[in-house]
Write a protein that binds this ligand. Structure first.
Ligand SMILES: [Fe+2]
Length: 279
């Protein structure tokens, strides 16, 4: 029986830069070594984790932004927990369209991993759920939008800057097939963000490719999957030969946000580039 999760948590931070790493769309299968479009998603995740270890030895917070499992298996979340623990115990997860929230909760059991508001130093990270059970596309809905508004209101009162995370993209990214799946109530989402000048970043997964844009003072960021990549600018489904990777974000005390994407090189991955489909 899973325990209720704390909705918010403060991670002690000595000050200075807050170092965040995002790992997204890990798509772990029920059994170790399972594949997505021919790629062993355990193998690719471990390769990305090895890269993070080499490049980002100090991490204050690790974010898993959905599609953490490929089919929602409890076994996948148990392995995910072990993989993430190679980097830090301070990890937070949110669900994507491939995830099973009940099984995520079963594994995360009253830990901080499904916490919705995390405070570190002068920053707050908000974790939203854009999953619509049974659907590929995303929508926040009134409950998540109310949670967002309350979290940003509390952050504003405390003079905190905010990074808002979700699984689906809240803006079109230029792939027609993926943009049919973008957050359905994105206009309402941005209407809330626009009322809070402390919001400095929106971060998501789902699109399996890097996107860096701006919405006023807000940086909009999508990131490569730790496994299969999708081709930018495609009309229909198209995978891409770009290697797996991750995003790092440095959150500064003055509210500035520096970020970048790093990809695995020197490791051979198999991916079916001619596949016509993907759920
Ligand atoms: Fe995905």
């Amino acid at each position: 029986m899973s325990q209720p999760h704390p909705s918010s948590h403060s991670i002690p931070h000595a000050g200075g830069v807050i170092r965040v790493v995002q790992l997204t769309d890990t798509h772990l299968c029920k059994a170790q070594g399972g594949t997505l479009l021919g790629m062993d998603t355990d193998h690719s995740l471990q390769a990305v984790i090895d890269l993070v270890k080499a490049e980002r030895p100090e991490i204050d917070l690790l974010l898993g932004t959905g599609d953490l499992s490929d089919q929602g298996a409890v076994e996948a979340y148990r392995r995910l927990q072990e993989y993430f623990a190679q980097l830090t115990d301070a990890s937070c997860w949110l669900p994507g369209n491939h995830d099973d929230r009940a099984n995520m909760e079963l594994v995360a059991n009253a830990s901080l991993r499904l916490c919705r508001e995390i405070r570190l130093g002068r920053w707050q990270v908000v974790m939203l759920d854009s999953q619509v059970p049974g659907e590929v596309g995303g929508e926040l809905g009134s409950q998540e939008l109310e949670l967002l508004q309350a979290a940003l209101g509390a952050a504003a009162e405390q003079g905190l800057f905010s990074l808002v995370c979700l699984h689906h993209q809240p803006v079109p990214i230029g792939c027609e097939w993926l943009d049919e799946q973008m957050v359905a109530d994105a206009a309402e989402f941005f209407a809330i963000l626009d009322r809070f000048p402390g919001v400095r970043g929106v971060l998501w997964g789902h699109v399996h490719q890097q996107v860096d844009r701006r919405h006023g003072a807000i940086q909009l960021m999508a990131s490569p999957s730790t496994c299969v990549q999708f081709a930018p600018g495609s009309v229909g489904f198209k995978s891409d030969a770009m290697p797996p990777g991750y995003r790092w974000l440095d959150l500064h005390e003055d509210g500035s946000l520096h970020t970048g994407v790093s990809r695995v090189h020197g490791v051979a991955f198999t991916v079916d580039l001619d596949s016509g489909g993907y759920l």
